[in-house]
Design a binder for this molecule. Structure first.
Ligand code: ADP
Length: 375
């Protein structure tokens, strides 16, 4: 080939390389750029002339240098002929630029490794699309999960409603029928009649409680509750809750109250907080019948306060610990003790509305401590 032809070929290749959209590069065996086409300047904003002789590592995202070194070194050792991977470069203005790297070994005529050559493809758009797709997939998964939870909630509700609504109605119906028989037979003073009236009253109470809880659940779901904080006398509020629950207790047990720290008024929504404490304290009483009386301790510190409800009852089994605050969940040691599985769920929602937390520790057959903590 004569010199003129060689020059022509060189020019042809130069124009070809210059017109390639990707960065075309060549490095020496130390990883210093010895050739870059103009796409380097367009994508990376660095001047080609200024970049030549600088190590390509210095243009990488700092967190990716080690990854790239681990790929470059085996090539220079001759154990790998080429590599292809995605890596982050940093543009002159400090933005991350994702590149798909394809690099292969360059050897001289006697077979010595003298460097690498290849292309860097700007894949920012691909990465963005990939991220968007991932985000869309996560959103889809979340909405499927929510849908599943909702379906579970619905089916839990249906099984609860079919049992918990029907049973009291059936009991009331039979009590009414038996009472009717006593009345028709003029046996109005019969103790059995009073017993049936008591049964009916109990069932009405249970049904009312269930309906009230389900309605509260519906209102929570539709975000109907807002936390209207005001300055309240916390000790007075807890005393009222205790008094109200003691009045409807079937056994003679009372609830002890103690206070630690300097007494002061606190900011809280009295209705929501009273509701939450009522739910937890009524559980403490309900799940510890025939055991020591439960107690409440209020602890004031300078910036926060806690309400600690302790009982000495059946406790919460370890396998139930993660589910106690889920709607409709009831642990399997409750046996015949009545309930809806909604009390703790509602209590937690109301406490969260205060930006507070509720947690518990429990030992099966020994007792449970629920702690409400408010800042
Ligand atoms: P329930 O109406 O069943 O009491 P909750 O939502 O109030 O519903 O409580 C959910 C479940 O958590 C209960 O069914 C019970 O298994 C467990 N639990 C809650 N509080 C206590 C407690 N103080 N002692 C033992 N178990 C409790």
């Amino acid at each position: 080939m004569d010199t003129k032809q060689k020059e022509l070929d060189f020019l042809k290749h130069k124009t070809l390389v210059a017109s390639i959209h990707d960065v075309v590069f060549r490095t020496d065996s130390n990883g210093n750029w010895i050739f870059l086409n103009d796409s380097w300047a367009r994508i990376m904003e660095f001047d080609v002339e200024d970049s030549i002789s600088k190590p390509f590592f210095s243009f990488l995202h700092p967190d990716d240098v080690a990854t790239d070194a681990a790929l470059f070194e085996p090539m220079m050792a001759g154990t790998k002929q080429f590599c292809s991977h995605e890596i982050r470069y940093m543009t002159k203005s400090g933005n991350i630029c994702w590149m798909k790297v394809f690099a292969m070994l360059v050897k001289d005529e006697s077979g010595h490794i003298i460097g690498t050559q290849g292309t860097l493809q700007d894949i920012n758009i691909d990465i963005q699309n990939r991220e968007m797709r991932k985000l869309a997939e996560i959103q889809l998964m979340l909405s499927i999960k929510k849908e599943k939870e909702l379906n579970l909630l619905k089916s839990n509700f249906v099984s609860l409603a079919s049992h918990e609504f029907r049973t009291p109605l059936a009991i009331m119906r039979s009590s009414v029928e038996l009472s009717e028989i006593y009345i028709n037979n003029n046996r109005l003073q019969e103790p059995y009649l009073l017993k049936h009236i008591l049964t009916i009253t109990n069932q009405i109470d249970q049904l009312s409680e269930l309906i009230e809880k389900v309605l509260t659940l519906g209102r929570i779901d539709s975000k109907a509750f807002t936390c209207k904080k005001e300055k309240i006398d916390l000790i007075g509020l807890v005393q009222e809750v205790i008094y109200a629950l003691e009045r409807i207790q079937h056994d003679e047990r009372t609830v002890g109250l103690s206070v630690r720290g300097t007494r002061r008024k606190v900011m809280a929504d009295p209705l929501l907080l009273a509701h939450a404490i009522t739910n937890l304290l009524s559980n403490a009483l309900k799940y510890s019948v025939n055991n020591r009386e439960p107690n409440i301790e209020i602890v004031f510190t300078k910036y926060d306060y806690s309400i600690i409800i302790t009982d000495f009852g059946i406790g919460i089994p370890v396998n139930a610990e993660n589910k106690i605050f889920q709607a409709f969940y009831r642990a399997d040691n409750v046996e015949a003790i009545k309930g809806t599985g909604l009390g703790t769920f509602i209590a937690k929602k109301f406490i969260l509305l205060h930006n507070g937390t509720v947690s518990f520790t429990s030992v099966a057959k020994k007792g449970t401590i629920f702690t409400i903590h408010m800042n």
